[in-house]
Ligand binder design. Structure first.
Ligand SMILES: CC(C)(COP(=O)(O)OP(=O)(O)OC[C@H]1O[C@@H](n2cnc3c(N)ncnc32)[C@H](O)[C@@H]1OP(=O)(O)O)[C@@H](O)C(=O)NCCC(=O)NCCS
Length: 257
């Protein structure tokens, strides 16, 4: 059960520049403690001691913030950096040399008691906060961006980001790219709230143009002319109506006092 411990410690030292000695890794790395306890839990489960297995898993969760179901199948040199908020479901399968950061979920999307959690190929790296959901396959060497939500298979050697996750690096570039553990770059992150607001603004502009047409005026005159204070894409608001509204609000507040 502990025969791979040394190579796991060496694997952590190779992948975490902050690790200074084997003793430090053995004492201070919750990812290592979680995997050691998982192997105990897995042994207990294979022996038919399901409750004992779950209890060991719960102890590991309390100590490390990493919840690994005893049924999960995990390869060699598995490394969870930082721990905390990691959930690995019962039918998840993880290859060799896989690395997860904190906040990662390998979760299910159905109540089907069969295979319902992801399969991660060898060398997969999953960024902080990423969720990989369902009985999907993440190909060997793929990289999952921080905070991505992955709901479909990912090809080998592909980096994916966003919600839902999409490839960002062409596959022919993938082999030449290096994973930068702490180098998550800033970029045009596909934020769903920003996308929804942008859609609403488009609808307001279209409605404004339509009202202009219905009133028999050219839509260009209806749309507010851009001013330094107001970007051209924002809808025009008749400011003379505002005092009446504010007055109404004060009256309403007065009534409730
Ligand atoms: C996804 C990842 C592996 C890609 O790394 P990479 O191959 O070096 O890719 P790049 O840095 O060239 O980025 C490629 C594009 O994806 C965007 N991108 C990168 N990571 C992203 C993320 N997590 N979410 C959204 N977009 C992201 C970049 O802005 C860039 O966009 P652009 O082409 O429009 O400029 C990496 O950015 C990542 O998220 N790593 C996780 C790191 C982590 O979790 N660290 C925790 C340490 S505690």
């Amino acid at each position: 059960m502990f025969k791979h411990l040394r190579e796991e410690i060496d694997g952590i030292m190779a992948r975490d520049p902050a690790a200074r000695s084997r003793l430090e890794v053995a004492l201070c790395y919750p990812g290592l403690h979680a995997i050691v306890l998982h192997r105990v839990a897995r042994r207990a489960r294979d022996a038919g001691w399901h409750l004992a297995a779950r209890l060991v898993s719960q102890v590991a969760r309390s100590l490390t913030g990493i919840e690994i179901h005893p049924g999960a199948t995990i390869g060699r040199r598995f490394f969870i950096d930082h721990g905390m908020g990691v959930v690995i479901g019962e039918t998840a399968e993880i290859g060799d040399d896989v690395m997860l950061y904190h906040g990662v979920t390998l979760g299910g999307t159905s109540l089907n008691p069969g295979k319902r959690h992801p399969t991660l190929g060898d060398g997969v790296i999953v960024g902080a906060g990423a969720k990989i959901l369902g009985a999907i396959t993440i190909g060997r060497g793929a990289r999952i961006g921080a905070n991505a939500v992955v709901v479909a298979d990912v090809a080998a050697d592909t980096a994916v980001v966003g919600i839902p996750a999409k490839p960002v690096v062409p596959r022919d570039r993938a082999e030449t790219r290096k994973f930068l553990p702490y180098g998550t770059p800033c970029g045009d992150i596909p934020d769903p709230v920003a996308r929804a607001l942008s859609g609403l603004l488009d609808q307001v502009t279209a409605l404004q143009a339509r009202v202009g047409e219905l009133e028999g005026e050219p839509s260009g005159r209806r749309g507010a002319a851009p001013t330094p204070d107001r970007p051209p894409h924002l809808p025009h608001i008749e400011t003379e109506t505002m005092p009446a509204r504010n007055g109404g609000l004060h009256e309403a507040q007065g009534e409730t006092r």
